[in-house]
Write a protein that binds this ligand. Structure first.
Ligand SMILES: N[C@@H](CCC(=O)N[C@@H](CS)C(=O)NCC(=O)O)C(=O)O
Length: 307
């Protein structure tokens, strides 16, 4: 099997969600460090336009979004599992909730801290373009108490999950839910330290320390140009799959455009290869990588005809 390649950068919270999952599964992987802001010239040939972090590559199969990445890691490396028994539903639903509701307040809270002063030139302009609205640092700083309020309310829930003495949020072993909740906690601790609302929840703090202990598996660096060559030398492993109950009757071969529904909405265009309730895969070609299959989750993405 081809190596797991993660395209990411060290300070990305969603990349940390994936790195921790790689740690839970004890996997060896290749680490390609990508730029924090656009342009990302060695990522675009792989994804076809999707710019967010992280992206996973296995040969000529490209997985966009942490939901899709963790689902594929679970499929290929089922043990230790990211789920509790057969209940993937609870973990996926909770993780999606946390992805959507914790990231923005955590980032908002951290932007008010000093550690954010060393961001690369052009960072705020890039993120304003990505989110489609102006990004005013002063207004963000002023809104910090509101972000803290939002986090504190949700921190209570996690603290309650741990109240019966369990080691992780769903029980005695870490799951997808721990990965999702850990990423904003990690980001805040890294940028702000142990401040409120953390300082109020010793159980939650101890859990973040247990999560940190898990580590990231065994990463080794890989040059981005080598990742392109690996894709070029490989063929996509994704095979055509039809969802017989697909309400819009989409079938392999039809041309589609896929984009995130929240930020970084750059569309990726390709030919439908496979579709299920959880994943959509399109086939596309690029002179630098040849034929690739680009995988997206269904939740949080818009699929439509190009144009
Ligand atoms: N839904 C996406 C969210 C990814 C996301 O928002 N990542 C942030 C970094 S943590 C990002 O892409 N920032 C802009 C960039 O890296 O260009 C996922 O689960 O992977």
């Amino acid at each position: 099997m081809s190596d797991i390649i993660l395209h990411h950068y060290p300070t990305s919270p969603f990349a940390e969600k994936v790195r921790i999952a790689l740690g839970i599964k004890g996997l060896a992987w290749k680490s390609v460090i990508i730029p924090i802001i656009m342009p990302k010239p060695d990522l675009m040939p792989l994804t076809g336009g999707y710019r967010k972090t992280p992206v996973m590559q296995i040969g000529a199969d490209i997985y966009c979004d942490s939901q899709c990445i963790l689902r594929e890691l679970e499929r290929r490396f089922p043990q230790p599992s990211l789920y509790t028994g057969t209940d993937a539903g609870t973990a996926n639903a909770l993780a999606f909730w946390h992805d959507r509701n914790l990231f923005m307040p955590a980032v908002g809270m951290a932007f008010g801290s000093r550690s954010m002063e060393n961001l690369p030139a052009g960072f705020f302009e890039d993120r304003a373009r990505m989110s489609g609205r102006p990004l005013d640092l002063e207004r963000l700083r002023a809104a910090r108490p509101l972000f803290i309020d939002q986090l504190r309310t949700q921190w209570v829930w996690f603290d309650q999950m741990l109240a019966d003495g369990r080691a992780f949020l769903q029980g005695q072993h870490p799951t997808l839910v721990d990965c999702a909740v850990y990423n904003p906690c990690w980001f805040i601790r890294r940028n702000c330290g142990v401040v409120a609302p953390f300082s109020e929840f010793p159980r939650l703090l101890a859990w973040t320390e247990r999560m940190e202990q898990i580590g990231h598996g065994q990463p080794t660096p890989l040059d981005s140009k080598d990742a392109l060559a690996i894709a070029r030398a490989a063929s996509p492993q994704a095979t055509p799959q039809i969802d017989v109950h697909e309400p819009l009757g989409r079938t392999p071969g039809v041309k589609l455009e896929i984009s995130p529904d929240d930020t970084g909405k750059d569309p990726v265009v390709g030919e439908l290869l496979s579709i299920s309730t959880q994943e959509v895969v399109i086939r596309r070609e690029d002179p630098l990588v040849g034929e690739v299959a680009v995988h997206f989750p269904r939740t949080g993405f818009v699929i439509k005809a190009p144009g």
